[in-house]
Design a protein around this ligand. Structure first.
Ligand code: AMP
Length: 192
């Protein structure tokens, strides 16, 4: 049973690695960014609310995000574990997730942080913008998302480090190489 999260700055490849971890460990990956993007595409009320924040590179308000995650974690496919990708991103979200998990007497086993330096990330994201046309991949918005990561999400990482469940992996390199590092780090963390 694995309950974990993957955390990293925008462009660190966490979505790609999350898919691979999910396949290899046989746990469902839950990406808040993907859920928001699907809702934006489907023009649902949730999507309409989230879109303006996403396009500006801002966080979608907790009132919307927390409820969405709570609903998702109440579905039956998470009983064998899960991998959260992109949540929590603020310390308030950490507290909320703690509460959700505590109701089922659960907690996270592993928090995996992918690291990379800002200039490499900007370079990668500008490349991705050309390929995918994601509306939040232009330079000003990319830099704003990186600033938010440093201002808010690094405090999340620090909280999990204090709890002794953080493992860090260098996110620079070929995708397969990073996956090997990630799988080794998870194994080592689970054996600890
Ligand atoms: P991502 O695909 O993880 O980079 O997420 C894309 C966008 O979705 C972010 O820039 C935010 O606007 C929004 N988002 C995703 N996860 C969260 C979260 N945990 N809290 C607030 N906003 C989020």
């Amino acid at each position: 049973m694995t309950r974990m999260l993957i955390i990293g700055p925008p462009g660190s490849g966490k979505g790609t690695q999350a898919e691979r971890i999910s396949e290899r460990l046989g746990v469902v990956a839950i990406s808040t960014g993907d859920i928001f993007r699907a809702n934006v595409k489907g023009e649902t009320p949730l999507g309409l609310e989230a879109k303006q924040y996403m396009d500006n590179g801002d966080f979608v308000p907790d009132s919307v995000t927390n409820k969405m995650v709570r609903d998702r974690l109440s579905e039956s496919d998470v009983v064998n574990g899960f991998l959260l990708d992109g949540y929590p991103r603020t310390t308030a979200q950490v507290d909320y997730l703690d509460e959700i998990l505590a109701t089922g007497d659960e907690k996270l086993d592993v928090v995996l942080q992918l690291t990379a330096d800002d200039e490499e990330l900007v370079h990668r994201l500008l490349g991705r913008a050309k390929e995918t046309g994601r509306s939040d991949d232009n330079e000003a918005v990319i830099r704003h998302r990186l600033d938010l990561y440093h201002e808010q999400t690094e405090a999340v990482v620090a909280k999990y480090a204090e709890r002794g469940i953080l493992t860090q992996v260098d996110g620079i390199g070929a995708i397969d190489e990073v996956t090997d590092r990630v799988m080794q780090a998870i194994k080592a963390a689970q054996a600890a």
